[in-house]
Design a protein around this ligand. Structure first.
Ligand code: ADP
Length: 557
């Protein structure tokens, strides 16, 4: 065919016009063009792009000198500190795969991941020495251990590491000529799912997807070289939704935040003039509910992207009042973080808050790099009608879908059945094409044969002034099969609320069969990314004795 097509003849691909995509180049470009622009701020420490790129090259060179390269895994256990950002460039610049671990995991989980990843090197922030040591003790094959010693204010245990991170850097040179990946399909990172729905799986990203998702994020967030990005999102979560590479692509500034402390967030917003940040709705909740003394006034608007769960309307309202502009994203580890966005239409800003919040709470439309987003029957892949009522499963395809699960061909094949990535999230498509999640496949509650969306019940509970957090799961019931059981955390300084009061609140706002039969008060178990662990709550609900009287749980004020 190409012989007869003059748009192919003599117009071949070659090194002049076709280069594998890699986000590593964003750092090289930023340093070449804006060497003196601020790249990283961490407490009193400020580094420009020239110095940051030099450190990334040192890291890559040092790893290469130790024989680490293509096909090898380098794990890192660190909060949002400069070394964590450097690893996002230095490790793939050595050709290796970055495995950023969740810092809130226990030693056994970390050990399981290090073993599964077959990590050659483990870089650990000194503040996490103890858990790292416990994890290492459980491994048959110990990786080379490198300690980051400059963690803000956290004393390390010392002695557990083979060398310090700064010593490692001196083994590389600032002009290390890192090899460009020969194939953009080469793996760049390994991210374990947070395990909200079960056993963590090792999701593999490639250079091409990381590059494309990062640029899509630049477009979606509006990052420029003037952007000042505050790291309220853990970098270990989907490589910080690929913002690690995206902010660098724009040559913006990364403001590190090792611990989520509202007072520090407000200080940095005011003093560093932060323009963008991101986080789960619980992070926004922490800012909203921060003591007044911790809050600071700021003149400019801060763009905040939220995802992982839908932001309830009162959260959107409270954030706007404080000077934030909220954008709602949806995604999963398997799709490099953001895959859908509740992209605002022109007329949304003029709508009353309740109407706007309802539109913004939808998961939305596809992100630039996602080629197809569909709500469909998981068996036939037939799309559901865009009626806002018929439920199907969200299916995604495109260049920012993972390579697959490491060493798990079965799970990979299942996830990609029919040529689409099956998200496991149940949703509807509205007449305007916006997708809205009704539930995770496993979260739906079926009571007396009727489907109950846990999200719908949760949203009503969030509308009660006393409620800080709410999660609704199925509780087995002899008569109904299942009934909704709500786990509720009340605002620490808020008004009191009894089980009866919350049930009454729900009764006034939803069909009777959807009203929670049980309300349990107390803190909600969360994953490291701030997501409520529903599987644990489901187990707790299962464990509640079936004849327990209403009001069995402790009321908290
Ligand atoms: P895990 O599946 O282990 O929790 P992820 O961090 O990949 O790890 O979580 C992705 C899941 O989080 C999605 O499948 C979906 O159920 C939920 N999720 C993500 N974003 C949103 C959102 N904006 N609204 C509702 N649910 C969301």
């Amino acid at each position: 065919m190409s012989d007869s097509n003059r748009y192919e003849r003599g117009l071949e691909r070659g090194p002049a016009n076709h280069v594998p995509l890699t986000p590593c180049d964003f750092m090289a470009r930023a340093a070449a063009i804006y060497p003196a622009r601020t790249a990283v701020v961490h407490g009193a420490l400020r580094r420009d792009y020239a110095e940051t790129y030099a450190r990334c090259r040192r890291l890559a060179g040092a790893l290469a000198a130790r024989g680490v390269g293509i096909g090898d895994t380098v794990s890192i256990l660190a909060p949002n500190v400069p070394a964590m950002l450097e690893a996002h460039f230095g490790v793939p610049m050595a050709g290796a795969v970055l495995n950023a671990l969740n810092i809130r995991l226990d030693a056994a989980s970390i050990a399981a991941m290090l073993a599964h990843a077959q990590s050659r090197v483990l870089i650990v922030d000194a503040g996490f020495a103890r858990v790292a040591e416990d994890a290492l003790a459980q491994l048959e094959c110990r990786p080379h251990v490198v300690a980051i010693e400059d963690s803000a204010g956290v004393e390390g245990e010392g002695g557990f590491a083979d060398e310090s991170y700064e010593a490692l850097l001196t083994a590389g040179t600032p002009d290390f000529d890192w090899p460009w990946p020969e194939d953009e399909w080469q793996a760049i990172s390994l991210n374990y799912t947070s395990g909200t729905t079960g056993r963590p799986k090792g999701v593999v990203y490639h250079h091409r997807g990381a590059y494309l998702n990062a640029l899509s994020n630049v477009l979606m967030n509006g990052f420029t070289r003037e952007s000042v990005y505050l790291w309220t999102l853990p970098m270990f979560h989907c490589n910080g939704w690929t913002h690690t590479w995206a902010v660098t692509a724009a040559a913006g500034a990364h403001i590190c935040l090792p611990r989520m402390e509202p007072a520090e967030v407000f200080r940095l917003i005011a003093e560093e003039r932060v323009t963008h940040m991101a986080g789960a709705p619980v992070v926004l909740g922490m800012l909203i509910n921060a003591p007044e003394v911790d809050k600071r006034q700021f003149e400019h608007v801060v763009e905040v992207a939220t995802g992982g769960a839908a932001p309830p309307a009162p959260v959107i309202a409270a954030m706007e009042e404080m000077g934030f502009n909220v954008t709602h994203l949806y995604g999963l580890t398997e799709v490099y973080g953001p895959a859908l966005v509740a992209a605002p239409q022109q007329d949304w800003p003029d709508l009353p808050l309740d109407d706007r919040a309802a539109l913004m709470a939808r998961q939305g439309v596809r992100h630039h790099a996602i080629q197809g987003a569909l709500v469909a029957d998981p068996e036939t892949l037939a799309p559901v009608p865009a009626d806002g009522v018929t439920t199907g499963e969200i299916m995604l395809r495109g260049n920012t879908v993972m390579k697959g699960y490491l060493d798990d061909t079965r799970a990979t094949a299942e996830a990609f059945g029919g040529g689409w990535f099956h998200t496991g999230d149940l949703a509807v498509t509205h007449p305007d094409g916006y997708i809205q999640i009704t539930d995770r496949a496993k979260d739906i509650i079926i009571s007396g044969g009727e489907n109950i969306s846990s999200i719908e019940v949760e949203n009503v509970l969030y509308g009660h002034e006393a409620v800080l957090e709410a999660a609704v799961v199925a509780r087995p019931d002899e008569r109904w099969g299942e009934t909704p059981c709500a786990f509720v955390a009340l605002k620490p300084d808020g008004p009191a609320a009894s089980e009866e009061a919350l049930i009454e609140h729900c009764r006034a706002r939803m069909a009777r069969f959807k009203v929670p039969r049980t309300i349990v008060f107390g803190d909600l178990p969360k994953t490291a990314t701030g997501k409520i662990m529903k599987f644990e709550l489901r187990e707790r609900a299962r464990g509640l004795s079936s004849d327990a009287p209403v009001g069995e749980s402790a009321e908290t004020a």
